[in-house]
Design a protein around this ligand. Structure first.
Ligand code: MRU
Length: 332
């Protein structure tokens, strides 16, 4: 079962996280009792994935208040720059500081609850949309990185759509890109799919384009770290190549994300700050000591390659020119 997976909660005055670096070998929890411990956990990817970073950021403000660590809130907000949810979660909680600790904690609980609800809705809407795109059943899907229960309040976005389709008996196989450099796909997505009993095959990231173009994939579904106002979408490095291959193969490329990941203040992908991580993550263990590394954590897929974006407010056909802002005029 995955319904019990809560990667970030508030527990007895601490921010409790699942240590995602220990999976799949061990499901262990860490109780973080200082903002700097939380920042370190975020930066070493013990807690990762845009929506859950929003939850962690909001609980982090509660932690800062309870520990008298207000001065570290700005550093928490900036701990990972690409995922808009982190700064947004911190800002939501900070807006309640004048009302006191309990109000801040309530706001953090609301960030978590809203994400859980949004995931369920966007997953069902995304599944419905995908099924309008072709007649073939059951579906052969591809996903990249981890956009599952571990990356959200619970349930998942891209993997939420997969789980929804599986519940309808419509998934033949999921190709899981292993994901460089920390194997979020091979370690985390594969673990979630195995727990849910969903057939899957882990493949090298560099296999993805070939798997798609050779006709083995009906659709790709990925999450997002930040979606700009024009629909350009930042997600785990390697996502862009999948979108290009899908365009060539005329396979739908579906982005699944809550509207909390849409950043209307960022006009286009060029304005998205792409996190550059330590060179050592890509150099180890094989490169010679003289080599330098290049380690962007994300890439930006142009809106023209995003067939659709599923959110809790509805599906926007981005490649056809529907803007993310159109979602705000929809009924909830
Ligand atoms: O570096 P990570 O593991 O935090 O990157 C995560 C991703 O790119 C996810 O696809 C994205 O945050 C969406 S998670 C629902």
């Amino acid at each position: 079962m995955l319904d019990d997976i809560r990667p970030v909660t508030w527990h007895d005055g601490a921010v409790r996280i699942i240590d995602q670096t220990a999976l799949p070998a061990r499901l262990t929890y860490l109780d973080l009792t200082s903002v700097d411990d939380l920042i370190a956990a975020i930066q070493r990817l013990a807690v990762r994935g845009a929506p859950v970073l929003g939850v962690a950021g909001a609980y982090g403000v509660a932690l800062a208040l309870s520990r008298g660590e207000h001065a570290r809130i700005a550093a928490l907000r900036a701990a990972r720059p690409t995922a808009v949810n982190l700064a947004a979660g911190v800002d939501r909680a900070c807006a309640r500081i004048d009302e006191g600790f309990e109000a801040v904690l309530d706001e953090a609980h609301a960030v978590l609850d809203e994400d859980l609800t949004a995931n369920r809705t966007l997953s069902a809407l995304g599944a419905d949309w995908l099924l309008t795109q072709f007649d073939r059943r059951p579906l052969r899907l591809l996903t990249h990185c981890n956009a599952g229960a571990l990356a959200t309040g619970g349930w998942g976005t891209a993997l939420g759509v997969v789980r929804e389709l599986h519940a309808r008996g419509l998934v033949e196989v999921v190709y899981v890109d292993e994901t460089r450099p920390l194997l979020q796909g091979a370690r985390l997505t594969a673990w979630e799919l195995a727990r849910a009993g969903i057939p899957h095959r882990v493949q090298a990231d560099s296999a993805a384009a070939g798997t798609i173009i050779s006709g083995h994939v009906d659709a790709a579904i990925v999450g997002a770290d930040r979606i700009a106002a024009n629909g350009d979408t930042a997600n785990k490095v390697g996502t862009l190549g999948i979108a290009l291959a899908c365009a060539h193969a005329r396979a739908p490329f579906l982005v699944a994300a809550p509207t909390s990941t849409v950043d209307l203040d960022t006009p286009c992908g060029a304005a998205i700050h792409v996190e550059l991580r330590a060179e050592s993550e890509v150099l180890a263990p094989a490169a010679p000591a003289e080599s330098r590394g290049h380690n962007p954590a994300f890439d930006v897929t142009p809106a023209a390659l995003v067939s659709a974006l599923t959110t809790e407010r509805g599906v926007a056909r981005i490649a056809e020119g529907e803007l993310p802002s159109s979602l705000w005029s929809r009924a909830e």
